[in-house]
Design a protein around this ligand. Structure first.
Ligand code: AMP
Ligand code: MN
Ligand code: MN
Ligand code: MN
Length: 274
């Protein structure tokens, strides 16, 4: 079975409407796909319509930012009830944090001599929520940076001049919203946080204690070494394994559903719902 449980539409920082994400999922031979926009479930109804048309199974989802020991960690929640009150309230809180942060990022660019960044990023976000890639895109469009990667490296990453620290909800709360909404909490792209292996173990310990059940063993753009390492941690912590591309659109670093299969030693997350 071909499953991808991590993808974005223009309801967050993806480039495409949910209907296109689902169409591509079907074209790429996926049997099951989850739409996991950052801190929102707004695209799920449109995605479900498209999934019905293309005869593909949609799993509800979202990718929630969390703060753990002063670091930003991403938790994917799948098979959630998007209307569950504590999840919906939590996501609304994060949406408001994002608006406040975006204004502050705009102020940073203003003092760097780059005016109009907030307005432009907000326009690029359209009806979706605002995220740092919208600022990166603005910088590329205006010729300040040659590509999005450069925009992050030069301005938007932690420690850079337009980085604004945000206190997302605590990891344990975020996991609680997901499990409270009937979903499975999955630690997203564990190798991307630049944690030492001791820190990653502490994170997994706290994640499991909070009720986290899954880990992305296969993600887009990951070395085979990282996959094997994550698979071992998955077994050790008795977690369910997930496979998610983190697709953001055609110029995305990863294609939808075209990653390696899960190692055979892993129990897939989807054994719980398909
Ligand atoms: P935010 O959630 O607003 O803090 O934005 C984080 C998002 O930025 C991630 O989900 C990625 O999609 C994107 N991102 C992070 N680092 C980079 C990078 N170096 N180049 C392009 N996109 C990035
Ligand atoms: Mn993103
Ligand atoms: Mn992420
Ligand atoms: Mn993602």
């Amino acid at each position: 079975m071909n499953v991808d449980l991590h993808a974005h539409s223009f309801y967050s920082d993806g480039e495409l409407p949910p209907s296109d994400v689902i169409r591509i999922a079907a074209e790429n031979g996926l049997d099951v796909v989850s739409l996991t926009d950052h801190d929102t479930t707004a695209g799920l109804a449109e995605a479900q319509q498209a999934a019905d048309e293309h005869h593909i199974r949609l799993i509800t989802g979202t990718e929630i930012s969390a703060t753990w020991r002063h670091k930003d960690i991403h938790i994917v929640g799948v098979n959630i009830d998007p209307e569950h009150p504590s999840l919906a309230e939590g996501l609304m809180h994060h949406q408001s944090l994002r608006r406040t942060r975006a204004k502050a990022i705009g102020d940073c660019f203003q003092s760097l001599g780059i005016p109009g960044a907030f307005e432009a990023a907000n326009a690029l976000a359209g009806k979706g929520l605002i995220a740092r890639p919208h600022f990166a895109k603005f910088l590329v469009n205006e010729g300040h940076c040659k590509d999005m990667g450069t925009a992050f490296r030069r301005y938007l990453r932690r420690g850079k001049a337009a980085y604004v620290k945000t206190e997302w909800s605590a990891l344990s709360d975020v996991v609680g919203w997901i499990t409270g909404a009937g979903g499975i909490a999955i630690l997203a792209h564990p190798c991307r946080y630049q944690l030492t292996s001791t820190q990653l173990r502490h994170l997994l310990h706290d994640f499991v204690a909070a009720g986290g059940e899954g880990i992305e063993v296969v993600t887009g753009n990951q070395t085979l070494n990282d996959t094997h390492h994550t698979a071992r941690l998955c077994e050790e912590y008795k977690l369910l394994a997930s496979r998610g591309s983190d697709f953001h659109g055609p110029s995305s670093r990863a294609e939808l559903g075209k990653m390696a299969a899960l190692p055979l030693s892993c129990t897939p997350v989807w054994s719980r719902f398909v």
